[in-house]
Design a protein around this ligand. Sequence first.
Ligand code: NA7
Length: 545
Amino acid sequence: MVTSGNKPQYDSIVIGAGVTGIYQTHLLAEAGMKVLGIEAGEDVGGTWYWNRYPGCRLDTESYAYGYFALKGIIPDWEWSENFAGQPEMLRYANRAADAMDVRKYYKFNTKVTVAIFDEDDNLWRVTLDSGDTFTCRFLISATGPLSASRMPDIKGIETFKGESFHSSRWPTDADGNPEGTDFSGKRVAVIGTGATGVQIIPIAAQTADELFVFQRTPNWCTPLGNTPLSKEEMDDLRQRYPTILEYVKGTDTSFPYHRDPRKGTDVPEAEREAFFEELYDQPGYGIWLSGFRDLLLNKESNKFLADFVARKIRERVNDPEVAEKLIPKDHPFGAKRVPMETNYYETYNKPNVHLVDITQAPIEEITPDGIRTADGFYELDVIIYATGFDAVTGSLDRIDIRGKGGARLKDVWAEGPVTYLGLQARGFPNFYTLVGPHNGSTFCNVGVCGGLQAEWVTRMIDYMQERGLTVAEPTQAAEDQWTEEVYRDFARTLLAEANAWWVKTTTKPDGSVVRRTLVHVGGGPEYRKRCEQVAYCDYEGFELA
Ligand code: NA7
C-alpha cells in the first residue's frame, strides 16, 4: 500500500468524525484536496456518538453550538430544546454529514495506531488497526478533547458480576440503540460527580431501587434551566443567525455571554446578591461566564458567588449533613467546568438515593457483588463509571506518533504539551491538532471554535499547496514563546487552583509533582486575532519549505 518516491497517497488524513473532523474533511475536499478520514466509531458524531448515557445533553445553548446551522450548511435545521439532548445532537451531526456528503471520505470502525513522519519525503505514514498503511502530506487530528475514557484503577474491578461500564460506553441493544434507562429492581452505583455524573444521577434515581453515588470531590453545579423551543422561537433564531454567529465569535469562550464589566469587590452586598439571584435563575452558563469580571481573578470576589451557591445547595438539600458534603471546599467557583444540573440537588432528598463520601472512607475494592469502602460494603447490580477522560492529550497518547528523529509525541509532552498556537509541535511537521492542547478552541464552545479552527488550517494548507511548499514546522522560538504565554495566562487565574480535567498532573521519578494546563485561556477572539496575524505575515513562526 505504501507509495514510493515523494508523492503521498493523500493530501491529508483527518483522524476523527466528530463535528470538527467532518467539517475539516469537508473543507479540504471542497478545496480540491484528496482527503481520507479515519474514525473509530461506526458513523459520524464523535462525542455525540459515544456519550449515549441517559441525561446527556448540551450545556451550551443549542443555537450557539450549532455551527452547521449558523453557517447555512443545514439552514432548515430545527432545534427542539434550548439545550439539545444527545439523540438530537447525533441527528444534527448526521444531518450535517449528509449535507456535506463526507461519509464517502471515511473509513469507519477503524483506528489509527501509528503515525510516523518520513523526513525524506516530508509525509506521514499512517498505520491503521486493519494493518493498512497510507501516506499523506498533512496529518490532522480531530480526536476530541474528551474522548479517551478513563476507568479508575480499583482492586478487583474486573471481578464484578453485575453490569458495569464507563459512561461513554453505555451498552447498546441488538439494533445499536442505547439500552433503556430503567433500573427498576436494581441497586445502582455511580462513581464520579463531574458533568457526566451530575447528568446521569437524577435520571438513574427515578427508577433504581437504590442509587449509591460515590463522590470523591463535589462540584459547584448550577441549574441548566432547559426548556423546549417553540416553532416561533426557532424561526426568530434562524432570522438572527448572522448576528448570533458574529456575537459568539466575539465572546471569550464563544458561549453567548460577555462578562459584566464590574468587579464583584466594587459592588454593594445587596446589589451583588440580587445580581447572583438573577444569574442563578437564568438558563445556562450565565452565572459562570457573565458574572463579575474578576470572578476568576480575585479570591474575594469568587467567594461571594461561591457562598451564594453554597446557600442554594443548603436550601435545596433537606439533610444538612448531605448538603455540606455536596458543597466544594477545595476549589473556587468556576475553576472547574461547572456542571449544569436539572434537579441534581433535590435528587438527594429521595429516600432511595445515598451519597457515599469516598474522601472520608475510600473505595478499597470491587468484589463480584459490589463495592467495599473503608467503612462499609454496598451490594450492587450495576456500576456506572462516570470517571471522566484522559483529557485533551489522552486520545493522542493512545496513538504512537513519531516525528523527526523518531521522537515520540507522548514523550515530548510527558510533562505537558509544548506547541505553537496549540496547532503544531516542533519536530512534528505538518501535523495539526484541532481542538488540541494549548489552542484557543478547546476552552471554548467547541461547536463553533472547532469549525473556525478547521477553516484556518484549510487556508494554511491551501497556501502551502499553491506555493508548492511541502513542510511546515514551528520554530523553536515561536513554540517557546507560545507555550510560556499559555502557562503564564493560566497561572494568573484562579483556574490554577483546581484539579480540573484541563490540568495535567505528572509525578516525576524524584517524587516531585508537575501541574500543567492543557488549555489556552486567553480567550477565543485574542487567539484568532493572533492566528490571523500569523497568516497575514506568511505564517510567521512556522518554518515553511
Ligand atoms: P470529569 O469532569 O473529569 O469528572 C470525573 C469525575 O469522576 C470526577 O468527579 C472525579 O473525581 C471522578 N473520579 C475520577 N476517577 C475517580 C476514581 N478513581 N474514584 C472516584 N472518583 C473518580 O468528567 P465528566 O465526564 O464528568 O465531564 C467531562 C466534561 O464533559 C465536562 O466538563 C463537560 O465539558 C463535558 P475528582 O474530581 O477527580 O476527585
